[in-house]
Design a protein around this ligand. Structure first.
Ligand code: KIV
Length: 306
């Protein structure tokens, strides 16, 4: 197995040292009108590729419950599972901001419980920020006071699947648009450093982005947000399901992996793998020492091989 080597400190497609992305850096990007690129990632290898491609923010999303662990929705994933994946991502990423999703149930009780769980993500897994769904203003304030940067998440919040009655576009009436705007402003005032806006009409995301002092990161929220995020497995076609309207597939990893694995199986079945070049060999002296010594033994050896 070939292992880690980070040329020049890692983090950029060109191999040149890259400046670490921090939460204040995201705010600066908004000020400068520079789009923020974000992707989910859940393991060492893909996180490393994502980071080396120059993505600004890596989210260890609770979507891992679905795309990595095979659950029907995001609700089942636990804090310990999220910590396990966050550690792997943390080991891979040098440049991007590493954000860990707080899973369902880990911040839905008291503020003290939410704070204690968030501390675990920073202390035990190296997260640089946590993401929480919904307008949990009190919790965002407490996390901010505890020096834990927070990414908010409003609109279609997958952990609310049962309340929403499915994954549906949110904020489609004047009243719900106003509520969403109020919630977004309240989260920003409480100290959130960025806000994911998911599954909302383009016009709504554009208006909130214009009003909010913190960056918005859109997913299914149109092109006017300060940044965009996608689920890694959607981007490379590893989801085994039709893509949602907002997904653009930039590659077909399923086809690449399927073809590689099928070729490997075929080669094993027809004894074409491994070749002699792919085999280890005895040193000459040891090989000669093991050769049959007498003419009779040589003949027997040849007969056995025939
Ligand atoms: O868990 C996740 O992947 C997310 C993104 C969709 C923003 O929360």
């Amino acid at each position: 197995m070939s292992l880690t080597n980070f040329p020049g400190g890692g983090g950029s497609a060109t191999g040149t040292p890259a400046t670490k992305v921090t939460m204040p850096a995201l705010a600066e990007m908004k000020r400068q009108g520079k789009p923020i690129s974000a992707l989910t990632a859940y393991d060492y290898a893909t996180s490393r590729l994502v980071d080396e491609a120059g993505i600004d923010m890596v989210l260890v999303g609770d979507s891992l419950a679905m795309v990595v662990l095979g659950h029907d929705n995001t609700l089942a994933v636990t804090v310990d599972e999220m910590l396990h994946h966050t550690r792997a991502v943390r080991r891979a990423v040098r440049r991007a901001l590493v954000v860990a999703d707080m899973p369902f149930g880990s911040y839905h009780g008291t503020v003290a419980e939410g704070l204690a769980n968030a501390v675990r993500f920073v202390k035990e897994a190296g997260a640089e920020a946590v993401k929480i769904e919904g307008p949990r203003v009190e919790l965002v304030r407490a996390l901010t006071e505890a020096e834990i940067p927070v990414v908010g998440h409003l609109g279609l919040t997958p952990q609310s699947i049962h309340r929403m009655g499915g994954y549906r576009v949110q904020a489609r009436t004047a009243e719900t648009v106003e509520r969403l705007k109020r919630d977004a402003l309240a989260l920003a005032e409480a100290g959130a450093g960025a806000l994911v806006l998911e599954g909302v009409p383009r016009e709504v995301a554009a208006a909130i982005t214009a009003e909010l002092p913190i960056p918005t990161i859109g997913i299914g929220a149109g092109p006017d947000c300060d940044g965009q995020i996608l689920v890694f497995h959607d981007l490379v076609n590893l989801t085994f399901a039709p893509a949602a309207k907002f997904v653009r597939r930039y590659g077909d990893a399923a086809a690449v992996i399927r073809s590689a694995v099928e070729h490997y199986r075929e080669d094993v079945e027809r004894r074409a793998f491994p070749s002699d070049e792919e085999s280890y060999h005895l040193p000459e002296a040891a090989r000669r020492a093991l050769e049959p010594k007498t003419e009779a033994a040589r003949k027997l050896h040849t007969l056995r091989k025939a």
